[in-house]
Design a protein around this ligand. Structure first.
Ligand code: CA
Length: 241
């Protein structure tokens, strides 16, 4: 099955180039010229990845991504005309998987699309149809990311077949990282995900919890650190080591 890629970009010349590059790499691209059209197309539910321009005529790419994230965790690659740090941080904070700065080579963009799709394929959401049974998230099916298993019902995480004893906060932090290997979370984003009252916690509290999580994971496998520190950004689950 060809992967469907939604391209949300108002400049038709840029969109044409992207669509052509994606087609020649075996993808099935769809083009929308406005954020709202893009959201409508996205809500049809068959899209595998979104390429999202930040400068759109009706809304910014950031706003569109927020709306997408309210209902879906589809992989998103930002297109940015300014490669400023601000764009990068803001974009990643609300959960973009990667970004490409204009001007870019279509070949490079296609390579990024493949890498992000490969990353998200490492996460298998195994849904149990039997009522009352917990649904598990398993990472590491391709042997590149660490074998984690999340049992959301009992709030337990298994790492290399061993249960890791975690507090509620630690569970939420690690589960967020595991759910999207390679996705970079800022400390603010992690606070939002892990704390009931994020406004009362400090950035360094996140660091402290990550440190504790690392110690607990090291007790299982001392030779591996599956969490990557991205200086200036935050943390991500490594996709390989
Ligand atoms: Ca634009």
């Amino acid at each position: 099955m060809m992967k469907k890629i939604l391209v949300i970009e108002d400049e038709s010349s840029i969109a044409d180039t992207i669509v052509y590059a994606l087609k020649s790499e075996g993808f099935e691209p769809y083009w929308c010229a406005t954020g709202m059209d893009g959201l409508t197309r996205c809500n049809e539910g068959d899209i595998d990845l979104i390429i999202l321009d930040i400068g759109l005529p009706d809304a910014s790419g950031f706003e569109i991504l927020k709306k997408i994230r309210a209902t879906s965790s589809l992989p998103v690659i930002f297109l940015t005309s300014r490669s400023s740090e601000l764009d990068r941080v803001v974009g990643l904070e609300i959960g973009a998987d990667d970004y490409v700065a204009k001007p870019f080579s279509p070949r490079e963009l296609a390579a990024r699309v493949k890498a992000v799709l490969r990353r998200s394929a490492q996460v298998n959401h195994v849904s149990n149809s039997e009522p009352g049974k917990p649904s598990d998230t398993i990472v590491g099916t391709e042997g590149t990311a660490a074998p984690f298993r999340i049992d959301t019902e009992s709030m337990k995480i298994t790492y290399f077949d061993q249960i890791v004893e975690l507090t509620k906060c630690e569970f939420r932090l690690l589960a967020a990282l595991i759910a999207h290997p390679g996705r970079i979370y800022t400390r603010d984003a992690l606070k939002e995900l892990a704390w009931d009252e994020p406004e009362f916690s400090l950035d360094r509290t996140v660091d402290t919890h990550i440190k504790t999580i690392r110690t607990k994971l090291r007790a299982v496998r001392s030779d591996i650190d599956p969490i990557e520190t991205r200086r200036g950004f935050g943390y991500a689950l490594k996709t390989s080591w």
